[in-house]
Design a protein around this ligand. Structure first.
Ligand code: SF4
Ligand code: SF4
Length: 319
């Protein structure tokens, strides 16, 4: 049995979404849209646990809460003692669902919200849901307080663009005492899909993802080597037909890893043109999280329980 290189697995529950965010490459997504079957989701989790799976992230090129099985997915993973995280805009987080997620001790929810006003929110997300999203994020916080629960850990993130740059400080000030974590990122290119940041920096041999990134499982079971691969161009296997052990020996996987070891991307135009291949400074503009570092270009999901234990140990060693 082959162990997972990364203890995290990312599930794209669906690639459907009602939003049309200006920083998202979905507008260029030509692949089919759908929702992962519950059967496939359970099969992958059951297969991955003996191989070292510890946490699942419900995230992909769609809104996870559009999936009618969303709560069942969280429940199943929690029953298996896994840490569970998701990213959402929050407008579908009804009070009943929020209560259920608190009861299940879901580990973490990160909300994307790129404005402090209705007008700019509408322009950047292309949906008139600012009031609803803010109201539902605040309701979750209120319910956590009511139940005296630390779960789920809440985070909000803001992606800076021309239209909202001036709102950055207001955003930080509004959220920093409400949620557990605030992050402000500069926009990026989603490989070469958008032109939001410069590539005039030192080139790297690899972005690191094919070798050590978490498995990125698309709604139909296909595995992509890359979290930015919105059109599934870097497919290294199909878990609707193959086992996890077979994926490792898939020739696509071996070839892509080789390219990322040598730095020769001639057969991978997407990687060759990707903005993640450059040492771009200051991509994280602001954070109040101990897990992230301003100026770096990536963040690692650390299970909430691990964070709590770390904090406890720090407190003990200081006393
Ligand atoms: S960024 Fe998220 S919410 Fe916005 S269009 Fe893309 S998938 Fe939908
Ligand atoms: S170089 Fe870009 S497209 Fe290729 S694996 Fe890395 S992030 Fe993905």
């Amino acid at each position: 049995m082959k162990m997972l290189k990364n203890k995290e697995v990312v599930f794209e529950l669906t690639n459907k979404c009602a939003y049309h965010c200006t920083i998202c490459p979905r507008e260029k997504m030509t692949r089919d849209q759908g929702v992962m079957s519950m059967e496939l989701y359970k099969k992958i989790i059951d297969e991955a646990i003996p191989r070292g799976l510890e946490f699942v992230t419900l995230l992909g090129f769609g809104e996870p809460m559009l999936d009618k099985y969303f709560l069942d997915r969280v429940r199943y993973a929690k029953e298996k003692k896994l840490s569970v995280s998701t990213d959402t805009t929050g407008y579908l987080l009804k009070e009943k669902l929020a209560e259920e997620l608190i009861n299940l001790k879901m580990d973490s929810i990160r909300f994307s919200c790129f404005s402090t006003t209705k007008e700019i929110y509408h322009k950047l997300h292309n949906l008139n849901t600012f009031d609803l999203a803010i109201q539902r994020i605040n309701k979750l916080i209120e319910l956590k307080n009511k139940h005296n629960s630390i779960y789920p850990k809440t985070g909000v993130y803001f992606v800076r663009q021309d239209l909202n740059r001036h709102q950055t400080e207001d955003f930080i000030n509004y959220w920093k005492d409400r949620v557990d974590e605030v992050n402000v990122w500069e926009a990026h290119n989603w490989t070469d899909a958008l032109e939001l940041r410069s590539k005039n920096y030192k080139r790297k041999k690899t972005c690191g993802r094919p070798h050590s990134g978490p498995l990125q499982i698309r709604y139909n079971g296909k595995i992509s080597a890359c979290c930015f691969d919105f059109n599934s161009q870097l497919i290294t296997g199909d878990l609707s037909k193959q086992s996890l052990d077979e994926i490792e020996s898939n020739q696509n996987n071996i070839n892509l890893k080789k390219a990322h070891s040598t730095g020769d991307m001639s057969k991978y135009s997407m990687c060759d043109n990707c903005d993640q291949m450059y040492e771009v400074p200051d991509t994280l503009y602001y954070t109040n999280s101990n897990n992230n570092k301003v100026g770096t270009s990536g963040n690692t999901y650390i299970p909430f329980d691990e964070e709590i234990n770390k904090k406890k140990n720090e407190t003990i060693s200081k006393s």
